[in-house]
Design a protein around this ligand. Structure first.
Ligand code: ADP
Length: 521
């Protein structure tokens, strides 16, 4: 609905109409009553108010009042009124005309405001539909910006997206849907950081909103009529997700309804921006998962293919070494080491994919400790390994995969032997810790700095100061920890009082007596 027309032609038409009516009534003045004249004139005043608004209504009312007096109240053709009662008629006529013009104007304004609000609701509903119906997040956001552009009558409507991880603020709409658009200029960043709107004025200066929130935004837009651009922060649930930039070379001027509407539109843009962010995050996670799957598959297949020729090399080197060639011995040892590495790689990828079969059954700590000591006997290198079982417990038993737990314990012992200085003693203790069976390996080695303690369990991690010649790839602890976790256990590392490290393998304990053990086995 539009406001009544205020063009000169409307004014001219109605004033001419009034003149024509007066002329027509003059012809039959003798037969017309004062009431007829007043009613016909009032009709013109009301028509003029409806068509041309309050100003034309008032003008017509005054002109009709004068014409009434001049032409239709004796003595004619003067502004003198002979009958004092006619003054009352004139006054009532004037007041009626003015009040009618005002009432008509108010009714029209209210109808227009209601129409505007209905249009706003329609626009918002359309925005909601656009946001929901677009298949891709970036398309939804682009659709929202199109609606904003047409609703607010601006030339440009861009959205900058804030990357919560890197803090980068990049344009995504209209041109860079991949989120790799240019970095936002300084003012835009200020808007995102302070969550306060800003306006770039025609003279090149920037005006900031007095604070965050809707009223500060409304005040800024009102004070900055004619601004070249407007920067509005986009937030969802108290979290800044980006910035909306509106621009118009010949200046942005929003009427009160558009200013009110801007806040709701910005919220839609914020929802659109948030959807773009979430969908990019989901895509990244899916790409990572896919890369991980590929890596595991590749690792498994390569490891498998390497092991077959390695077995042949080892067998041949073994035969040649038997003939007395020492170089063949080196080849055999190196092939053995490579084979171990390949097995580790394969197991790590299987463990990550949850595909390593485990045989979890009742076992006693004593057997595991005995088997581990046997395995490392040849590596002792002058170290003494002091093994002890907690004498307070009659049977130290647990439910675990014997072969894989042996592998973990051997790895912990090998590390202690490898990293602790020669001839320092190594303690191996088995004890009960509430629901766990704990195997503790303590050495007097260099220890592990606090910052490295979590990282040594990452695959391929070797501390920066690690000796390069120890012949290992940094997979041992990563596999040990995953193997323990697969059985419901853990491997941890703590510093040892007086220097060195304490590595503890914890596995689920079993409550069982000697007699029960004998039956179970
Ligand atoms: P690696 O095969 O290199 O020994 P691990 O995963 O077994 O790989 O160990 C990772 C790193 O943790 C090692 O490179 C070493 O620096 C450190 N580390 C492991 N055990 C000990 C220990 N007992 N004392 C000191 N450092 C150790």
């Amino acid at each position: 609905m539009r406001l009544p027309s205020r063009s000169w032609s409307t004014w001219a038409l109605w004033l001419l109409g009034l003149a024509a009516l007066c002329a027509a009534m003059l012809v039959g003045r003798g037969t017309l009553d004062k009431a007829h004249v007043a009613l016909l004139l009032l009709l013109v005043v009301l028509g003029g108010s409806a068509a041309g608004g309050r100003a034309l209504g008032v003008t017509l009312a005054v002109a009709a009042f004068l014409a009434f007096n001049f032409f239709f109240l004796p003595p004619y053709h003067t502004f003198v009124v002979a009958n004092p009662l006619d003054w009352l008629v004139l006054l009532v006529f004037l007041v009626t005309g003015l009040v009618a013009a005002q009432l008509l104007y108010r009714a029209q304004s209210e109808a227009i405001a209601a129409g505007r609000r209905a249009a706003e609701v329609d626009r918002l509903a359309a925005l909601g539909a656009e946001t929901l119906s677009a298949g891709r997040a970036d398309e939804a956001l682009a659709a929202v910006t199109r609606v904003i552009r047409t609703t607010l009558g601006v030339a440009e409507c861009d959205v900058y997206l804030l990357d919560a991880g890197t803090g980068a603020l990049r344009q995504v709409v209209p041109d860079h849907h991949d989120g790799q658009g240019p970095e936002a200029p300084g003012v835009t960043r200020w808007v995102a950081e302070n969550r306060q709107a800003a306006a770039e004025l025609a003279d090149g200066t920037v005006r900031m909103a007095a604070g965050p929130g809707t009223s500060a935004l409304g005040a800024l837009v009102e004070q900055s009529a004619g601004a070249r651009s407007l920067l509005v922060p986009l937030a969802v649930r108290e979290r800044t997700v980006g910035v909306l930039r509106l621009a118009k070379p010949d200046g942005i001027a929003l009427d009160p309804a558009q200013r009110r509407f801007l806040d709701a539109l910005a919220y839609y843009a914020a929802l659109g921006a948030e959807r773009v962010r979430l969908s990019a995050e989901a895509q990244r996670a899916e790409a990572l998962r896919e890369a991980d799957r590929l890596k595991d598959a590749l690792l498994a297949s390569v490891s498998h293919d390497i092991r077959t020729p390695l077995t042949t090399i080892r067998a041949l080197a073994h035969d040649i070494a038997a003939g007395g060639d020492e170089r063949a011995l080196v080849i055999e040892e190196e092939a053995l080491r490579l084979n171990r590495f390949v097995v580790d790689l394969l197991d790590l990828s299987r463990l990550s994919a949850g595909g390593l079969p485990l045989v979890v059954e009742l076992n006693v700590a004593e057997d595991l400790v005995g088997a581990a000591l046997q395995r490392v006997a040849g590596l002792a290198n002058g170290h003494e390994i002091h093994a002890s079982l907690d004498p307070a417990e009659p049977v130290l038993a647990g439910r675990f995969d014997f072969a894989q737990s042996l592998r973990i314990l051997v790895n912990l012992l090998e590390n202690a032997l490898k990293y602790a200085p020669a001839r320092t003693p190594i303690e191996l203790t088995a004890r009960r810790e509430r629901g766990d069976l704990a195997f503790v390996v303590a050495d007097r080695g260099p220890g592990i700095p606090a910052g490295e303690r979590a990282r040594i369990f990452e695959p391929f991690y070797r501390p920066p100061n690690a000796r390069p010649d120890v012949g290992s790839a940094g997979l041992g602890l990563a596999i040990a920890q995953r193997l323990a976790a697969a059985q419901g256990g853990t491997v941890t590392c703590e510093p040892r009082d007086g220097g060195g490290s304490v590595f503890t393998l914890r596995l689920p304990a079993a409550d069982i007596t000697d007699a029960q053990l004998a039956i179970e086995r």
